[in-house]
Design a protein around this ligand. Sequence first.
Ligand code: B12
Length: 211
Amino acid sequence: MSLETIYEAILKGDAKTTAAQVQVALDQQVGADKILYEACIPAMGEVGRLFEAGEKFVPEMLISARAMQTAVNLLKPHLALADVRVVGKVVIGTVAGDLHDIGKNLVAMMLEGSGFEIVDLGTDVSPQAFVEAVRQHEPHLIGMSALLTTTMTSISETIKALQEAGLRDQVKVIIGGAPITQDFATKVGADGFAPDAGSATRVAKALVGAA
Ligand code: B12
């Protein structure tokens, strides 16, 4: 086993080899976070780079995403070391028009592992669905993920919908996704931004006063 083998397997979209090699790595006591951050996530970054360069196409992105998902499923129990103390409730989803969910799922997983109760609305979540979920679940935090420059606007639309529903003051908003920056977060009036799942946990805890 080497992290390189896992990286290559995800890049190729070979879910079987990915699963087998992740298991070997875990058996050899390689840390789950090391496997995730040094093999799996860089592989997805490379998939994106090759797609942008016209060397990979949507179906290939999809099979790499599936291989990544098998890795995440195996890593999950090792990453999410359950902290029984509930520090807050988070409603999380990928915004309207956007189907990317690997990053959102990782963030949800890490938040869950650090004591948050998670209500996952899935992908392509409309501003209205976020508003309804806030009414129904009364979370401390809303997490929105956007991976496309074209769906970043759904974040501001959702924040606007929360304001119009009179709910904005009841909930903190944390956002993320590859095209999201702190500048963008400030501009749209989000309370927090994090570039990755690890820092998402820190920011979320700070927002609910549990840091
Ligand atoms: C896999 C993938 C797909 C898969 C998604 C499968 C799935 N179930 O998610 C499929 C094949 C479906 C797909 C489709 C498309 N994709 Co795509 N995709 C990717 C790819 C290669 C990887 C994304 C990924 O999973 N990364 C790994 C995860 C771990 O990283 P992450 O998502 O960034 O998440 C981390 C942080 O951003 C952060 N984070 C994420 N969410 C949140 C939320 C909160 C609250 C916080 C705090 C933090 C946070 O923490 C995460 C963990 O560390 C990216 C390339 C890239 N560099 O991002 C392109 C990419 C996002 N896709 C792209 C495009 C263009 C598309 C399509 C439009 C292609 C097409 N022509 O159809 C469609 C759009 C479909 C749609 N409507 O959503 C472009 C977007 C370009 C742009 N500027 O908008 C990218 C950047 C590729 C590229 N370089 O051109 N895609």
